[in-house]
Design a protein around this ligand. Sequence first.
Ligand SMILES: NC(=O)C1=CN([C@@H]2O[C@H](COP(=O)(O)OP(=O)(O)OC[C@H]3O[C@@H](n4cnc5c(N)ncnc54)[C@H](OP(=O)(O)O)[C@@H]3O)[C@@H](O)[C@H]2O)C=CC1
Ligand SMILES: O=C1Nc2ccccc2C1=O
Length: 284
Amino acid sequence: MSLRQIKLNSGNFIPSIGLGCYDIPRSETSNVVYEACKVGYRHFDTAVLYGNEAEVANGIVKYLKENPKEKRSNFFYTTKLWNSQLGASKTPQAIEEIIAKSGDLGYIDLLLIHSPLTGKRSRLESYAIMQKYVDKGLIKNIGVSNYGKHHIEELLHWEHLKYPPAVNQIEISPWVMRTELANWCLSQGINVEAYAPLTHGYKLVETPDSPLAKTCKKYHKSYAQVLIKWSLTKGYIPLPKTKTIGRLAENLTINDFELTSEDLEELDQPDAYEPTDWECTDAP
Ligand SMILES: NC(=O)C1=CN([C@@H]2O[C@H](COP(=O)(O)OP(=O)(O)OC[C@H]3O[C@@H](n4cnc5c(N)ncnc54)[C@H](OP(=O)(O)O)[C@@H]3O)[C@@H](O)[C@H]2O)C=CC1
Ligand SMILES: O=C1Nc2ccccc2C1=O
């Protein structure tokens, strides 16, 4: 299974689906990531918060070592600075630790500010330092997560902006569509990564008469496959998580059907607002 590549505003490419690595137990992470590489995953999403960065990197490195014809440049490793690491006094050491944990990967493909919650000053101080690491070649792309339009505008209007955010990673599924924010990001050339595209599992339970169930039946696809396809069809980069090796391939098997505009109309829940965890796009 090969994944489409999406061009970022940095000129670099990102595989269209990433494996979400939140909540994969640390002891299982290297193996899940290694098995994911075997079935075609080339993009991995972790964070300082998840406590498994080194294990994610190790899984990729193990696969690369066993497959010398595969290039490091075809793999995409994302991690995120946690709130407590923002600000001029904390971010340099935090980034050094992040780079150390990436081990033999040698560089970070994408570093995000995990949330805007810490306020304007520390957001911009950290972004300035992230830009310096892009100049050093140790981070290839930088971006943000859980940012609302006003947070991104703050960056776009900032006099020291050198590298606009390549992505905004936000929660998106049919039950938390954020159409206006997502379309605005795309209109600014900022790609949208959809986190919790499988609703953290909450909507994966059997609901025989639901629009999701009907669409799955129509295409002989699973709930997870239709939700991942929904996200891709909207133009987003979904980050489905599974720690179950038997589900990895299923979640990439989405190239053998297309959702029509009628299907999307059925699946869309524009009036729903059901985030699975935190909400910070509206933070000051
Ligand atoms: N920037 C941010 O603030 C946030 C970022 N994220 C990112 O997004 C990723 C995905 O979000 P997350 O909350 O983990 O949840 P997801 O929406 O990806 O859902 C994961 C759940 O779906 C289950 N699942 C996966 N595939 C299948 C399948 N084929 N059939 C049945 N069940 C399945 C998983 O079970 P199992 O694992 O047991 O197989 C797990 O319970 C995170 O891992 C993280 O990388 C998420 C939240 C916030
Ligand atoms: O994946 C994540 N799950 C979360 C739950 C709460 C706060 C942040 C996150 C993540 O980044």
